[in-house]
Design a protein around this ligand. Structure first.
Ligand SMILES: NC(=O)c1ccc[n+]([C@@H]2O[C@H](COP(=O)([O-])OP(=O)(O)OC[C@H]3O[C@@H](n4cnc5c(N)ncnc54)[C@H](O)[C@@H]3O)[C@@H](O)[C@H]2O)c1
Ligand SMILES: *[C@@H]1O[C@H](CO)[C@@H](O)[C@H](O)[C@H]1NC(C)=O
Ligand SMILES: *[C@@H]1O[C@H](CO)[C@@H](O)[C@H](O)[C@H]1NC(C)=O
Ligand SMILES: *[C@@H]1O[C@H](CO)[C@@H](O)[C@H](O)[C@H]1NC(C)=O
Ligand SMILES: *[C@@H]1O[C@H](CO)[C@@H](O)[C@H](O)[C@H]1NC(C)=O
Length: 417
């Protein structure tokens, strides 16, 4: 995958010449003990030299050195939905990207699409590794020169988090600590963290601002809040530049249709509303189940703030540009407008052109009536605001990809890497 970009002939010829020269003194002065000692010493020295040379010649990776004007971003979870879209944008903006992902949830197919788009040496590198493996993570940091880290990798399903909380504390909180420690050890100074509106829990007042008290009500939100706390404590006595982005509900996909959202089929039952809507449109599931029609909202169904992935990725780029040493920025990333589940379902029918069957059921425990953001802080400080705010159009884009990728990215073949 790495293009070494240097001819191998040069190190080979430097290697063979000294050996040829050594043969002569050896045959002429057979009995000289001192000579032999000298020879051994000389050979040892040469071996060391060779090893040094061959290692520098064999790995002149552009990823291992800083280059002025090029930001080398480590994207954890880059094979996943949001991470792959972020990688595409970073590469389009001429940055250098290393993806670290263990494909437990992501798709190698997404990485392959990105590699095909940016095949040049020194643009995109994929490293298969588990962020829970501190040794492996440290090795990655010592072999690469990162300028910034965007930490997307996580498990991210509220329902699953209540069934398997340890998985969440492990793969969110503990792995964030591993990444942060590696950054501290290796002097990487910019950190962009994927957090979530789930860290707020059920606030009484809407819209949610960044100073709304955080009181998460499920292990997913709690694990993310704990990770935020670790990051904030660390940053108090460090010169790291930190940006924490709290996303609301992410939807949509690349407007040019190169990437999409393709969660594992086994996660369907935990799935998000957009996935369920497409599955229903494709007939994979019989229809949509809307749980709760008696909430204190205009049409009785829950209200959420849906943010298009293209806008979300743009917020990351702006956060990266504006990140400053010793400064922490915490931002909500949402549209500032809530849409009801009924509105979402109507948008989905319109986007897919399919008359999806909808069952209205009683409330599900643990759901809150209204969640939407006040995005004015990010608008004022990062000059970011959502532009893809038409639900139907975001879903149309995503549906186009879904229709042409019935099997997602296909079955990932991890062993080929
Ligand atoms: N999708 C949303 O609506 C939403 C909302 C708020 C926050 N977020 C956050 O955004 C981030 C990305 O979410 P997504 O929707 O793209 O999820 P995703 O599951 O599509 O991507 C996560 C990626 O992380 C990788 N990963 C997980 N554990 C790993 C480990 N231990 N080592 C290496 N790689 C690992 C997975 O293989 C996957 O590719 C997450 O941190 C999530 O909590 C998502
Ligand atoms: C991903 O990492 C986890 C540990 O967090 C590990 O148990 C799992 O086997 C890994 N998955 C793959 C596909 O390598
Ligand atoms: C998360 O952590 C658990 C250990 O608690 C591990 O078994 C699992 O494979 C990890 N990764 C994912 C994606 O679940
Ligand atoms: C803010 O963003 C808009 C739209 O992207 C741009 O036209 C404008 O110049 C930006 N303003 C500042 C102060 O950077
Ligand atoms: C959203 O987009 C759809 C499809 O392009 C269009 O019919 C609709 O009028 C738009 N809605 C708004 C509020 O602009």
């Amino acid at each position: 995958m790495l293009n070494l970009g240097r001819p191998r002939a040069q190190p080979r010829s430097t290697r063979s010449m000294p050996f040829g020269g050594m043969d002569y003194p050896d045959t002429k002065k057979k009995s000289s003990f001192v000579g032999k000692i000298l020879l051994v010493a000389a050979l040892t020295a040469l071996c060391i030299l060779m090893l040094k040379q061959s290692s520098t010649f064999n790995s002149p990776s552009p990823f291992s050195r800083h280059e002025p004007g090029v930001t080398h971003v480590l994207v954890t979870g880059g094979a996943g939905y949001i991470g792959s879209h972020a990688t595409l944008r970073l590469l389009k903006d001429l940055h250098r990207v290393t993806i670290v992902d263990n494909l437990s949830r992501g798709n190698l197919g997404a990485v392959k699409v990105l590699q095909a788009l940016f095949p040049e040496a020194g643009r995109l590198q994929f490293i298969y590794a588990d962020l829970g493996d501190a040794k492996a993570v440290n090795k990655i940091f010592s072999e690469n020169s990162f300028d910034a880290v965007m930490h997307f990798a996580a498990v991210a399903y509220v329902g699953e988090s209540t069934l398997d909380p340890l998985k969440y504390y492990h793969n969110i909180t503990s792995n964030t600590l591993v990444v942060l420690e590696a950054m501290a050890t290796h002097g990487v100074k910019t950190f962009i963290y994927s957090s979530t509106c789930a860290t707020y829990g059920e606030p009484e007042k809407m819209p949610i601002t960044e100073v709304t008290p955080q009181a998460p009500i499920n292990p997913y939100g709690k694990a993310k809040k704990m990770a935020e706390d670790i990051i904030l404590d660390f940053s108090k006595n460090s010169d790291m530049a930190v940006m924490i982005l709290r996303y609301f509900n992410v939807i949509g996909s690349d407007p040019e249709g190169r990437l999409g959202e393709a969660p594992r089929p086994e996660l369907r039952e935990h799935g998000r509303i957009s996935g369920a809507c497409f599955d229903a449109a494709r007939g994979i599931i019989p229809g949509l189940k809307v749980k709760g029609t008696d909430y204190d909202t205009p049409d009785g169904t829950c209200i959420r703030d849906y943010i298009d992935v293209t806008d979300l990725v743009d917020a990351h780029v702006k956060a990266l540009e504006k990140a400053k040493p010793k400064k922490v920025g915490i931002y909500n990333v949402g549209t500032g407008r809530g849409k009801s589940v009924k509105e979402f379902v109507e948008a989905c029918k319109k986007a897919t052109g399919i008359e999806i069957k909808v069952d209205f059921l009683p409330r599900r425990p643990g759901d809150y009536a209204k969640v939407y953001s006040d995005p004015s802080k990010i608008r004022q400080e990062l000059n970011w605001s959502a532009r893809y705010t038409n639900l139907t159009e975001s879903l149309q884009t995503a549906w186009k990809w879904q229709k042409s990728h019935r099997d997602g990215y296909g079955t990932p073949v991890a062993s080929s890497y």
